[in-house]
Every structure is written in structure tokens, then in C-alpha cells.
Design a binder for this molecule. Structure first.
Ligand SMILES: Cc1ncc(COP(=O)(O)O)c(C=O)c1O
Length: 534
């Protein structure tokens, strides 16, 4: 029999090797009582972990999230090999253009935001400046004043806040919305959230009351939507964006898909719109948005407006319009259409993805529903307070004349103009390549080029048991180091192929990146040819 220390070690890391021989020994050496038999049976059933893959919630297993899927995993592997000195790749760096995570690609943070937060982190210096005279020398006066304002308002970054969010921050958000839309905003309609994701998933979770509930989502779509609907055991009701018309939204298509879903027994309750779009980057015109709002009124759908890219627009003739402003301009909708709009700290020029800040504004919602959404937020206590404070600064940045204004303005402007330049350079380059078509960048942080794949390329992908666009993207990665996401990760019109790439790589890297993609595409076309229609 095993000695006590051996047993202790074995239980510390239970293993089938240890348990199996033990139960067999017991079974063979002497007659056993009923109780002992039960213990043996229990032993057999407790081999290995008690919580196995097959015990998982099947909705979690079914949910897919391509942005962090196969391509980035392979890219991370290559990056690690390169770091360890591998020389078998025709590049020396992986460029991660698969995810809109600006600061991971060396985008600098906005100084004012970080200064205020650093003082809040070091509250003892801030509140005892007589003993810390360097604070006044290091930090501009408006930074010091702002940090004190937040602390006075109860935004203690080490403490839970109110579940709906710090009241001062919600006032700042409301002030921003009023300036943006020219219509009143009420802080009590605003919920501060951990990124836009938290607001979106909490609301979808509340709407999907049973498995027959359907949510209309754009295709291509940001996979947060399909994944969350799957997790909540609801039904995605897909509507296709119109690629030929710059990925805009078409009311006839909405109606067609809605009718089809309802005829099949789906109880369609909400419509999600992403504007500016991800992955497609389109910016909707006011006319199209009015049609969408009318559609929601007629069909009694809650409108979820994902507006996290509202600061990322690149064509002067296509400015961002908020759904709140559009709804408010429509007398027959302004008091009836239920609108939830989402914004985030992660995008724009701020790009503080890791801070997990954002907000949701609810318009025309039943107060009893709102109460339950507040309860939902309370179950998680609150979202992180540093993210809330930064959301306040996003909505109320330094004003003209304040000491930090010039630097803030310069940083925001130079990030914006650089992003726009990078978008145009990459789009022009794709548009010049045989077998790729991209259109002009309108908004967000992405290009979603269409790739024309020949039968030979599709057959080669099938041989490798890969989707055709996944095969293309893997080849692109292996030969250039450029990591993008296949269009199939966002869903796409059947028979069409795309990839999504961000235009976040550093500007000085863009020229050589373009060069290597051009070479890759030339080789690809030489090897696989193009379909006859391309
Ligand atoms: C359209 C869209 N909505 C929501 C999010 C979620 O962002 P976050 O939770 O960081 O605010 C993203 C992130 O990329 C996005 O692209």
C-alpha cells in the first residue's frame, strides 16, 4: 500500500494512472462489502476531472469568435518562433492586423487621460500636495483639478461604484450626447459598461427570453453578436449588407429576412446595426438610418445601435450621424422607438481597449425593463472605475483655453490624420492588385477586401479541409507575416470571399507591408489563377 506522503502527492495532482491500479487492487484482493463496492464504483466514476468537455454548456461550445481564432493562433506561434531566432520565414516580424486593438500596435495613449488616472492611482500625493511639491511641477493644473473633481465626486478607483456608474461621469456622458446630437440627454438613461461588449451582451441576454427569440444581425457582422446570441440560446436572423452599394443597409432586405424568420416561427424582437460598420467599415447616410428607424417602429423591434466607431470616419461626404439624433428628428418615432446605443473607450483615437470603458444609452425603454437591466448591472456590482473615469474624460476632454488643450488636440488630430492616411494607402494598394477589390474606406478601423478565388484555389483549400478564405489568409500569413481574419469568421454572402484587416499597423511599416502583399498576390495569381468573372 502506498505510504501517506505518496498518497498526498498523488491526490495533489490526481491522475488516472494512480487511481486505476488502486481500485483494481481493492477489487481483487478480498471480498468487499456493499459500502466498499459503492466506494469502488465512485472511485471509477471520479477518475480525471469531474467537469469535462462533454459537461460544458453546449451553447458555450457552439459559440464562435474568429477574431481570436485559427489565424491569430498561428500568427502568435510564428511570432514566438521568430523571437526565438527562427530564420525559416521570409519576414522577420508578424504584423497583427486581425484585431482593432490600437495600443497593441504601438499607438500612444492620450496624455491627459493617463495623467489624470496616474494622479488618481497616487491619491495620497494628490491630496497632500504640500508634502509632494513635485506634483504641481509635473502635472498641468487642469489635470490636477480634474483628478480632484473625480475623487470629490466619489470616483474612488479602488472601491465599487454605483452599479449604473459614477454619477459625475454619467453627467459628462449626457453633456457629450447633448453637444453631439443637439437634443437633451438624461444621465439616468446612461449605464456605464465594461467596454461596449458588456452593455451589448447584457441587453441581448435580457431580450432573449426563450429559444424562439430572434435578433436581426448584419452579415458580415462583428462576431460578438452571433456568439452572444448563441450563448443566450437565441436565434440570429441574418440580413445581408449590400456590398455593391458600399455595404449599406437595405430596407427591402430587412423586411424579406424578417418575414422569412417570422414565417418559420421565430419571434424577432430586435435589430442590431453597426455604424460605422465592423468588419465592413460603411458609414450610413441619414436617409438609410431613417428607413431603419421606420422599419423598427412598424415591426416593433428594439433598435441596438453599435456606434463604437463614431469618431472613425474618413470621407467628408459621409459624416457620422447618431441614431439618437435621427430618431429625435422623426415625430412619429421619437417617443416610441426603443433605442439602445453603445459607445466605447476602445476605438476612436483613444484606443484604450484594455481599460474596458464604455456606455449604453437607453431611449424609450419601459421603466420596468430598465429596472431589470440595472439589476443585471448590479449582479456584477459595477464596471471598473478607472474605465468609467476615462469614459468621462472621453466625453469631456480638456476645453479650449485649458492648459492641456493644445497637447490633447495635437495628439487626437495627428492620430486621426495618420489613421486616415494609412486607410487610404492600404485601400489604394488593394484596389490596384489583381484579384482583390476593396472600395474606399469610409469608417471604423478596417478594410474588408473581396478576394476572387479560382476553382483551383478552392480545391486546394478543400484538400486541406479549410474554408477557401482561411486557406488564402493562412498563405498570406505564412509568406508575408501579415495576420488578417478570413471573411468566413464574420459570415459573408455565400460564394463570396473576403478578409478583414485593420489599418492600425504603424505608418512607417505600411510601405514595406504593401510591397510584400503585392508580391504575395502576384505569386498567388500566378499559382492559382483567377476565376473567369474577376
Ligand atoms: C462593432 C463593435 N462593437 C463592440 C466592440 C466591443 O468593444 P469594447 O467592448 O472594447 O468596447 C467592438 C470591438 O472591436 C466592435 O468592433
Amino acid at each position: 500500500m502506498a505510504s501517506a506522503p505518496v498518497l498526498a502527492r498523488a491526490w495533489a495532482r490526481p491522475s488516472a494512472h494512480f487511481l486505476r491500479p488502486l481500485s483494481r487492487t481493492l477489487a481483487s484482493s478480498r471480498p468487499i462489502s456493499q459500502g466498499a463496492q459503492a466506494a469502488v464504483a465512485n472511485d471509477a466514476s471520479t477518475q480525471g476531472p469531474s467537469f469535462k468537455f462533454e459537461d460544458l454548456n453546449p451553447h458555450l461550445v457552439a459559440a464562435e469568435y474568429a477574431v481570436r481564432g485559427l489565424l491569430p493562433q498561428r500568427a502568435a506561434q510564428i511570432a514566438q518562433e521568430l523571437q526565438q531566432g527562427a530564420t525559416n520565414y521570409p519576414f522577420d516580424e508578424v504584423i497583427f492586423a486581425n484585431i482593432g486593438n490600437p495600443q497593441a500596435l504601438a499607438q500612444p495613449p492620450i496624455t491627459f487621460f493617463r495623467q489624470v488616472l496616474s494622479l488618481m492611482e497616487n491619491e495620497n500625493m494628490l491630496l497632500d500636495m504640500a508634502n509632494f511639491p513635485h506634483v504641481a511641477a509635473l502635472y498641468p493644473a487642469d489635470v490636477i483639478a480634474r483628478a480632484k473633481d473625480y475623487i470629490r465626486a466619489g470616483a474612488d478607483i479602488g472601491a465599487y461604484s454605483a452599479s449604473q456608474g459614477v454619477p459625475l461621469v454619467r453627467e459628462q456622458v449626457a453633456g457629450y450626447l447633448e453637444r453631439r446630437d443637439g437634443v437633451p440627454a438624461d444621465p439616468s438613461d446612461i449605464f456605464l459598461t465594461a467596454g461596449a461588449s458588456e452593455g451589448i451582451s447584457n441587453l441581448l441576454g435580457a431580450i432573449i427570453a426563450n429559444p424562439s427569440v430572434g435578433i436581426m444581425i448584419p452579415i458580415p457582422q462583428y462576431p460578438l453578436y452571433s456568439a452572444t446570441i448563441t450563448l443566450c440560446n437565441g436565434k440570429p436572423v441574418k440580413y445581408y449588407l449590400d456590398e455593391e452599394a458600399g455595404w449599406t443597409l437595405n430596407a427591402d432586405e430587412l423586411k424579406r429576412q424578417l418575414d422569412e424568420a417570422r414565417a418559420a416561427g421565430t419571434d424577432v424582437r430586435a435589430l442590431c446595426v453597426i455604424n460605422p460598420g465592423n468588419p465592413t467599415g460603411q458609414v450610413l447616410t441619414e436617409d438609410v438610418m431613417r428607413e431603419v428607424v421606420q422599419f423598427c417602429r412598424r415591426e416593433r423591434l428594439v433598435l441596438l445601435a453599435d456606434e463604437v466607431y463614431q469618431a472613425n470616419t474618413y470621407q467628408d461626404h459621409l459624416p457620422f450621424h447618431s441614431f439618437k439624433k435621427v430618431v429625435a428628428s422623426m415625430p412619429d418615432c421619437r417617443d416610441t422607438v426603443e433605442l439602445a446605443s453603445f459607445h466605447s473607450l476602445s476605438k476612436g483615437m483613444i484606443g484604450e481597449c484594455g481599460r474596458r470603458g464604455g456606455f449604453m444609452e437607453l431611449i424609450n425603454f419601459d421603466p420596468l425593463v430598465r429596472e431589470q437591466l440595472l439589476k443585471r448591472a448590479s449582479i456584477n456590482l459595477c464596471c471598473n472605475v478607472a474605465g468609467q473615469v476615462m469614459t468621462g474624460m472621453m466625453c469631456e476632454p480638456p476645453a479650449v483655453g485649458e492648459p492641456s488643450y493644445d497637447l490633447y488636440h495635437h495628439e487626437m488630430e495627428s492620430l486621426y490624420t495618420s489613421l486616415r492616411r494609412r486607410a487610404l494607402i492600404l485601400a489604394d494598394a488593394f484596389n490596384d492588385m489583381d484579384g482583390i477589390e476593396c472600395g474606399q474606406p469610409q469608417g471604423a478601423m478596417y478594410l474588408f477586401p473581396r478576394i476572387y478565388l479560382s476553382d483551383k484555389a478552392i480545391a486546394a483549400a478543400q484538400e486541406r479541409k479549410l474554408a477557401p478564405d482561411t486557406f488564402y489568409c493562412l498563405q498570406l500569413l505564412e509568406r508575408t507575416g501579415f495576420c488578417v481574419v478570413p471573411g468566413s469568421g464574420f459570415d459573408q454572402y455565400p460564394g463570396t470571399f473576403h478578409f478583414r484587416c485593420t489599418f492600425l499597423p504603424q505608418e512607417e511599416k505600411i510601405a514595406s507591408l504593401v510591397h510584400s502583399i503585392q508580391e504575395f498576390q502576384r505569386d498567388w495569381v500566378e499559382e492559382y489563377g483567377l476565376p473567369s468573372m474577376a
